[in-house]
Structure formats: C-alpha cells, structure tokens
Design a protein around this ligand. Structure first.
Ligand code: FEO
Length: 131
C-alpha cells in the first residue's frame, strides 16, 4: 500500500540520504497500513517507535554532514529537526496513553511534513556537496 510515494524530484543528490528518506517513506506507509487494516495495537506502536528512532538517527546523519561541510544554514535546519522530534515524541506518548487518539490525520501530517521538509529545507543543502 503506497500512502506516500517516492519521486525522483525528492532526491537531494546524495545516495545515503536519499535511501534514508526512502526508508522514512516506507515506515510512514507501514504505519498507515497497520492503522487502516486495524492490525494489533502493538504493530502500530512498534512502527511509531521505529519511525521515531529512525528519524532521530537520520537527522543526526544530516547534522554530521552540516558540520563536515560547514553548512551555513545548519542552525535553522537543526531547529526544524528538533521541533519535529518533539512532535513525534508527543504523538508516541499520546498513542501509548490512548491508542484511539491515533488517526489518519496523524499519518497525513507525517506525510506532508516529510515531503515539505525534503523539498523546502533538505534540498537547500545540495549546494554544500562538492561538484
Ligand atoms: Fe532529511 Fe532535514 O531531514
């Protein structure tokens, strides 16, 4: 089931990062599928936790590149990462307290946030990579 699909114009011209973004897309698809097919709550919780951990690791990888290439817009970018990590943690906590609080509004939010962040924020750092 493809709730969110990768497109070539999402590429940031770095294979490692593109693959991490593809994995985030796959996790959001898994989360959507687990929710709409009403698989057991443990499945949804496991995917939310994996999405949260993977997102944090992905952001750390990007931030290491910012430090390595001395990226001028790192500070603003890292702020966006922090806000999103807090939001995912809130979603996770709310889900644990009350699984019924979860809805497709949340998967839609994750989908829109990720695509928007890649297109509007991540793509800006393409210029820091050497030609
Ligand atoms: Fe790919 Fe800035 O997250």
């Amino acid at each position: 089931m493809n709730f969110i699909s990768w497109r070539e114009d999402y590429s940031v011209k770095n294979e490692v990062i593109d693959n991490q973004h593809k994995k985030l897309f796959a996790l959001i698809n898994d989360l959507y599928e687990a929710f709409v097919t009403k698989s057991d709550n443990l499945g949804v919780e496991r995917i939310i936790n994996e999405l949260s951990d993977y997102t944090e690791n992905h952001f750390k990888e990007e931030e290491k590149l910012f430090a390595f290439y001395n990226y001028a817009e790192a500070e603003e970018h890292i702020k966006e990462h922090k806000i999103f990590i807090n939001t995912i943690q809130e979603i996770t906590e709310k889900y644990k307290e009350n699984p019924k609080s979860f809805s497709t509004r949340i998967t839609s939010f994750l989908q829109k946030w990720l695509i928007n962040h890649i297109l509007e924020t991540d793509k800006k750092y393409i210029s820091m990579f050497p030609e």
